[in-house]
Design a protein. Structure first.
Length: 222
């Protein structure tokens, strides 16, 4: 298989499918297309008519959406283990992913993923606070319900954790205050070995996309 991704420092959608493949040690070739390049649209068009990342090639099958890629990987390579086993939990997990996939626009706009950035601060608008509160409530509620099954949102690691991984990274970058339960979950995900690998490689990148450099650096209070 071949996975086409963008810059690891900035590409939140690339992280989602990359993390699922990597967490389950599924072999794939990684192809990085610079989102900084002036001809990025033409370069991305070589892989998909959508001209966006990520794109998965598996033989003659081409999939060009993060959630669709995760669904495919779960069905084709994980015997469905990308989702919770229980049918009701699985339906809730899919609802969580769909909400992440199609919503939280204030977070996307105000808190772009930037793995290199540390201790950034942005103004919290009403819409941004609404998104943050919703995610905090979602995470803490799921952990309260599934904590006896394991440390992830639905107990065992799943597609849902991959879909929220960029938000975890963003909340860390911009020092977003969340509940104790959500903070514990964030620490759990950030310490995942494959998440650590992504962050290490992202921080080694040197390209800068100015539009993604949001917020001012503030001193850390210990």
């Amino acid at each position: 298989m071949k996975l086409i991704i963008g810059n690891k420092n900035y590409s939140s959608w690339s992280l989602r499918s990359w993390l699922l493949l990597s967490a389950y040690d599924i072999s794939f070739e990684e192809v990085l297309v610079s989102l900084f390049s002036e001809n990025r649209h033409e370069e991305l068009k070589k892989y998909s008519g959508a001209a966006k990342v990520p794109v998965l090639y598996d033989g003659d099958t081409v999939i060009w959406d993060s959630l669709a890629i995760c669904e495919y990987i779960s069905e084709q390579y994980l015997q469905g283990r990308g989702w919770p086993e229980d049918i009701r939990s699985r339906a809730v997990a899919r609802s969580c992913c769909a909400e992440m996939h199609s919503g939280f626009f204030a977070i996307r706009e105000a808190l772009p993923m930037n793995c290199r950035a540390l201790d950034r601060k942005v103004a919290l608008t009403a819409e941004l606070e609404k998104d943050i509160t919703r995610i905090d409530s979602l995470w803490s509620g799921l952990r309260a319900q599934y904590s006896t099954r394991g440390p992830w949102l639905f107990g065992e690691f799943s597609i849902v954790d991959c879909m929220f991984a960029p938000v975890v990274s963003r909340f860390g970058t911009y020092n977003i205050v969340v509940s104790a339960a959500s903070r514990t979950y964030m620490e759990q995900l950030m310490m995942h070995p494959k998440m650590q690998l992504w962050l290490e490689q992202a921080r080694a990148e040197v390209e800068t996309i100015e539009i993604e450099e949001a917020g001012k650096q503030v001193p850390r209070i210990y």
